[in-house]
Write a protein that binds this ligand. Structure first.
Ligand code: NAD
Length: 506
């Protein structure tokens, strides 16, 4: 069974594995004030989850290096060369960054697949092209983001200006390492901020390579872009830093809350949060194209091995189509080939790291104990050389109680929970019964019901008759404990600027 979303492997340029092996030989450093530096002593390994072997190392950033990065970013922010750079010149730098990513497409896709465990073709087709394009999208906004002339009482002119927030820390997770970093980097820079990027310690390499490429090929003024490495410790130092003006964070709800506390306890820095999800996908009895709905629901759930924040992990099926829909999903799950990122036969890669793999297996165990019916998967994939890696068979539970742990907690892996329903009212209540509100989907041929249910669903994005549509022009971000604020479109520009009101007595 071939997916509608996957481009045939032969259309993709071959990975550069021997280049990557060579590149990974040296321990990678932080990037501070235009130079790669490493005064720290702690070497941190990053593992290839397909075989659990060490890929390479990075040197953890010290507290002193973080201070240097913040002060370099502060100096660059206040310098005329960045702040008052003509807008078209800044736009040209962003376009050059996008072009540079395109020139290094294969290298970046190779590193992303090695470090994260996703399929090379997923990295090649999805992650890297979008990471390049987002620079063009925000370069285009630079001279189009207008301020207001406010209708105040006569005798005054009142207008607003949009100013960059300042020194912005961009903290990102491991599921789309380069792409999620580039969403933030492009937007922050387009508005004239300076940045400190912190990748996940599980997947640092594509972002490190990006910084090398930018150093060599794009002339950002010194100190505008900085890169630090580490996990909880350095993350907490960033959250509590007195001289960081903003944190744009993507990651778990638990860490998001820590960042809010760190900010509140230090300098009340601005915080925007893209957090976890447990998104419902509702299929009504009048679904327009059942086969398409099955295929798309499967892909939206299991591509990138189920490590997507907005994936539809709770599937609600009208009882009249339950059996047929489940059969279609189970057939696809059983046909899935787990395998190494570079195996052209593989249709699902490895979970990103061991701890995460163990967490997924724990949830599968809880699912089995919850009274739900295991319909597919539920086990580690140990086929051939997979035994050494962190592979989980696509797992489907039926007859799931929406109150149970597997329906309420974010698993962030290839584990789907299916529940049947009879009425619209009942299913909307179940869909909204979650601490999360990132995304939701619904399938129906009834246009009135489509809009009525879309209005009722408590989620930041609602997909009608095709789950999982994304575009830079459309805002992305969750309600409830899925986050604060939006990324993409004009909304992200608002998040990386502050509004000043200027009064003039006439
Ligand atoms: P995580 O919260 O564990 O880590 C995210 C980042 O925060 C990493 O860089 C990590 O090193 C850093 N960090 C860890 N502790 C910190 C602390 N105390 N202070 C500051 N930073 C700290 O998340 P993860 O496991 O890397 O990623 C998976 C999570 O990300 C899932 O919950 C997923 O839903 C979420 N996610 C959300 C979106 C979205 O757009 N809403 C997108 C992708 C992933």
């Amino acid at each position: 069974m071939t997916s509608q979303l996957v481009v045939p492997f032969q259309d993709i340029k071959a990975p550069c594995l021997s280049w990557a092996q060579d590149w990974l030989k040296t321990a990678k450093k932080s990037y501070v004030a235009g130079k790669f530096v490493s005064s720290g002593k702690t070497l941190h390994p990053s593992i290839n989850p397909c075989n659990a072997k060490t890929l390479g190392h990075f040197v953890e950033t010290t507290a002193a290096e973080l201070d240097d990065a913040v002060s370099a970013a502060r100096t660059a922010f206040t310098q005329a060369s960045w702040k008052r750079m003509p807008r078209r010149q800044r736009a040209a730098l962003l376009h050059s960054a996008g072009e540079a990513i395109r020139r290094h497409h294969v290298e970046l896709a190779t590193l992303e697949a090695l470090d994260n465990g996703k399929l090379y073709r997923e990295a090649f087709n999805d992650d890297i092209p979008e990471a390049a394009d987002v620079f063009d999208y925000y370069a285009g906004w630079i001279d189009k983001f207008y301020s207001e002339n406010c209708p105040v009482d006569p005798g005054f002119l009142n207008y607003t200006t949009r100013q960059p927030v300042g020194v912005c820390a961009l903290v990102v997770p491991w599921n789309f390492p380069l792409l999620l970093a580039c969403w933030k980097i492009a937007t922050a820079l387009s508005m004239g901020n300076t940045i400190i990027v912190k990748p996940s310690p599980f997947t640092p390499f594509s972002i490190i390579r990006l910084f090398e490429i930018l150093q060599e090929e794009v002339e950002f003024p010194t100190g505008v872009i900085n890169l630090v490495h580490g996990g909880t410790e350095i993350g907490a130092l960033i959250a509590g830093h007195q001289s960081v003006d903003k944190i744009s964070f993507t990651g778990s709800t638990a860490v998001g809350k820590k960042i809010v506390s760190g900010s509140a306890a230090s300098n009340l820095k601005a915080v925007s949060l893209e957090l976890g999800g447990k998104s419902p996908n509702i299929v009504f009895e009048d679904v327009p194209d059942l086969e398409f709905a099955i295929e798309r629901s499967f892909q939206a759930m299991f591509s990138h091995k189920g490590e997507k924040c907005s994936e539809p992990t709770r599937l609600f099926l009208h009882q009249s189509i339950y059996d047929r829909f489940v059969q279609g999903l189970v057939t696809r799950a059983d046909a899935t080939i787990c395998g190494d990122s570079f195996n052209p036969e593989a249709t699902q890669g490895a979970q990103c790291h061991e701890e995460h793999f163990n967490k997924i297996m724990k949830y599968i165990d809880l699912g089995n104990k919850s009274g739900a019916r295991l319909l597919a998967g539920g086990v580690r994939d140990t086929n051939g050389s997979n035994a050494a890696g962190y592979f989980v068979r696509p797992t489907i539970f039926g007859d799931v109680d929406n109150k149970s742990v597997i329906a309420q907690e974010e698993i962030f892996g290839p584990v789907l929970a299916i529940t049947s329903f009879k009425t619209e009212e009942e299913v909307v209540a179940m869909a909204n019964d979650s601490i999360y509100g990132l995304a939701a989907g619904l399938w129906t041929a009834d246009i009135s019901r489509a809009h009525r249910v879309a209005e009722e669903l408590d989620a930041g994005s609602v997909f009608i008759n095709k789950y999982g549509c994304y575009d830079f022009a459309s805002p992305f971000g969750g309600f409830k404990q899925s986050g604060w604020g939006k990324e993409m479109a004009i909304h992200s520009l608002e998040a990386f600027t502050k509004v000043k009101s200027v009064w003039v007595k006439l």
